[in-house]
Ligand binder design. Structure first.
Ligand code: IVH
Length: 687
């Protein structure tokens, strides 16, 4: 039995439809249907092809991956050689003028002749590929090789979904498309992460990843590599009316469904080229893929023929480079820096190297995991990358150049010791790294100079000690002038020291002193929050205060006891234990007490006793940070009541996300509606 005409028609429709969506997704970057819908159409086509094997066709979207691993690649002789382009190494705009001058000279032009028209495009950093379409069907893909003979990588290239297996509409008998196979940076990062997770080799850069993927003998592996393609020219062509210009060729290729990069232009004269070079240079860092320059081509094909070739390079094209974003240099050492949040980060000290337009001597290594993942060791030759204004980073070591075995770097072991434990190189407080944390941190949050400004700003913040007027400008000045080192110093400030600061008259100095003075009387939860213990936000500080009732009890609690507090798990508990274990922090707390800072302590007594006595609250929807039980406990601890439904007796409705009928009812009754922040403010104020 053979398939009826409706099935045959459906098969053709499904193939065209799937190809259209692939084009929209991979070429136009504008998906036309949801993934699930695409998958449904794909499965339908697969089912038909299984039921009716006679309908199978090599250009079907279901046949991108197929075939067995090869023993080796077959050699392919290019019918039109694959040339290379001359490179203009002068990365300044004079490079564009030099090329234009050369072209004009070769054409025998003098000043009276018109400006030459050029097509300008990007120079993609991938690998050259020749795609051969016969009557619209992709029949062969070959690498450049030596330009005369390349390798047949058709099975791998068929897996690249930006490359059509069949050109829609009318296609010439022979159309060879030349272009670049490349990998986007985001896809490269994802690929490397999964290679890492699978214990497989990681790639140094997208170009190596693309080249390595194309050279896979198993197309099944190539299929899992996120490769892309941009067309930039032609090889052998038969039965096609050539457009008159290179720009016209690219437009025609795009119209045939081939991916052509949108960043191209037709320009006139050297100044136009120079502008393009500058414009694309500014865009470079934000592109999804790497480029190493731009390419200028004489636009008129007739002029191209007139200009011809020198050895293997056309006279009508040039690559105008940008400063390299990557370079190789030696890793002299790894030093440790302490950031504003106490993060202890390794910084690479490099043999100075010119990369990305500047001389780089330092690069970030992020954290220990990153060092382990990249396996960089002091003494290695390393690839350094600087894209745009981005901080330089170490891409990885050039392992082949490691002359002898070098020891691995251990961040914690490189730190100075205090009581036999790793200590902060800035302040000597202990450094710890949580089990699930990538980053090691200094625990001397209240004391460490590296964390000073951040810690002081947090301490004085509105939800913490609430010292009005002590903002970032002032903290900046006080710390830079070494007037304030720890929070205690705030309480020792005098009118003289303050009045001498920039933009601070006697009146504002007095106001600030008054604000500082009134902050001396606070609540336990505010005080705990003000300490800036890592992972202890306002809600946790409040829970700790309610649960323990006194600071001494919190400080004495071990991790187990801390975990009895709602929402305190092992990570938060460890942060609290580490913080109070640090003698420097305890000292600062003692000094704060001595400086007259007081907080209300005692059992979970209502903090603003009676202020909300008898007030009825109704909770509805999901609050951003509190569970319903927590909110209820909090309201009750302030003397309020929580009811299940809204009535005329309700005082406040606390509404979160997706609040429903209770909210509507509250609105209709004119009851005060507040959100979580409003609730906290209300309870804090005690009004
Ligand atoms: S045209 C006859 N255009 O650069 C000119 N090449 O040496 C043939 N490349 O590896 C090349 N972007 O793969 C041309 N927009 C572009 C290009 C480009 C990258 C690569 C090409 C080859 C090298 C040329």
């Amino acid at each position: 039995m053979s398939p009826d005409p409706a099935i045959i028609e459906r098969t053709g429709w499904l193939r065209a439809e799937l190809a259209r969506h692939e084009h929209a997704y991979y070429v136009l970057d504008a998906p036309t249907i949801p993934d699930a819908e695409y998958d449904r159409l794909y499965r339908e086509l697969e089912d038909i092809e299984t039921t009716w094997p006679e309908l199978a066709s090599p250009d079907s979207p279901t046949r991108r991956v197929g075939g067995k691993p090869l023993a080796q690649f077959r050699a392919v002789r290019h019918r039109v050689p694959m040339l290379s382009i001359r490179t203009e190494t002068d990365t300044e705009e004079s490079g564009a003028f030099a090329f234009d001058a050369r072209v004009r000279r070769e054409l025998g032009f003098d000043e009276s002749d018109p400006a030459v028209e050029y097509a300008a495009e990007l120079k993609f950093d991938g690998l050259a590929m020749s795609l051969r379409y016969e009557h619209g069907v992709l029949v062969q893909a070959a690498t450049r090789g030596d330009g005369e003979t390349g390798e047949d990588v058709t099975a791998n290239v068929r897996t690249v979904r930006a490359i059509p297996l069949r050109l829609p509409g009318d296609a010439p008998p022979v159309l060879e498309v030349r272009g670049e196979i490349y990998m986007r940076r985001d896809d490269f990062d994802t690929l490397n992460a999964s290679q890492m997770a699978a214990g497989e080799k990681v790639f140094v850069n997208p170009r190596n990843a693309a080249a390595g993927s194309i050279r896979q003998l198993d197309p099944g592996i190539a299929a899992r590599r996120p490769l892309r393609f941009f067309a930039y020219g032609l090889g052998e062509v038969d039965g096609w009316d050539l457009p008159a210009t290179h720009a016209g060729v690219l437009d025609a290729l795009a119209a045939h469904g081939l991916p052509v990069c949108e960043h191209r232009a037709v320009l006139v004269g050297a100044a136009g080229l120079a502008q393009f070079h500058t414009r694309m240079g500014a865009l470079r860092a934000s592109l999804a893929f790497d480029i190493d320059g731009v390419v200028y081509k004489v636009n008129a094909l007739a002029l191209q023929r007139q200009l011809g070739f020198v050895t293997r390079e056309p006279r009508w094209a040039v690559a105008h480079k940008y400063p390299a974003q990557e370079a190789v240099t030696r890793l002299r050492g790894i030093e440790v820096q302490v950031g504003r949040t106490g993060a202890v980060t390794p910084v690479a000290r490099l043999e100075p190297i010119f990369v990305g337009g500047v001389t780089v001597t330092n690069a970030t290594l992020h954290n220990q995991d990153e060092i382990d993942r990249k396996d960089v060791r002091i003494g290695d030759w390393v690839v350094v990358r600087r894209a745009g204004d981005v901080i330089p980073e170490i891409v990885g070591p050039v392992v082949d150049r490691r002359e002898h075995d070098l020891p691995r770097f251990d961040l914690l072991a490189s730190l100075p010791l205090r009581d036999g434990l790793p200590a902060c190189p800035v302040c000597g407080s202990h450094v710890v790294r949580g089990e699930d944390e990538a980053v090691a941190r200094c625990t001397g949050g209240l004391y460490c100079p590296a964390q000073r400004k951040q810690a002081l700003l947090h301490f004085a913040g509105r939800r913490a000690m609430d010292i009005e007027g002590l903002g970032d400008k002032l903290v900046e000045q006080l710390v830079d002038a070494a007037i304030v080192k720890t929070p205690v110093d705030i309480y020792r400030l005098g009118i003289l020291a303050l009045a001498n600061l920039e933009r601070m008259g006697e009146k504002s100095a007095q106001n600030l002193l008054a604000a500082i003075d009134s902050s001396r009387n606070t609540t336990l939860s505010r005080f705990i929050f003000a300490l800036g213990i890592r992972n202890v936000g306002e809600a946790t500080a409040r829970d700790l205060a309610l649960h323990f009732g006194s600071l001494d009890a919190v400080m004495a609690a071990d991790a187990d006891r801390l975990q009895q507090v709602p929402d305190v798990g092992p990570v938060v508990a460890k942060c609290i234990v580490d913080f109070f274990a640090e003698a420097h922090n305890r000292e600062v707390i003692e000094q704060l007490r001595a400086a007259g800072v007081r907080w209300e302590e005692g059992a979970p007594a209502p903090i603003a006793a009676g202020a909300h006595a008898g007030k009825t609250f109704v909770l509805t929807g999901t609050l951003p940070t509190m569970t319903r039980d927590e909110a209820k406990a909090l309201i009750e601890s302030h003397g309020g009541k929580v009811a299940g439904s809204v009535s005329k007796k309700t005082d406040y409705v606390v509404a979160g996300a997706d609040a429903g009928s209770k909210l509507a009812k509250a609105e209709s009754l004119g009851i005060d509606i507040i959100d979580e922040a409003g609730l906290l403010a209300l309870l804090d104020r005690g009004d």
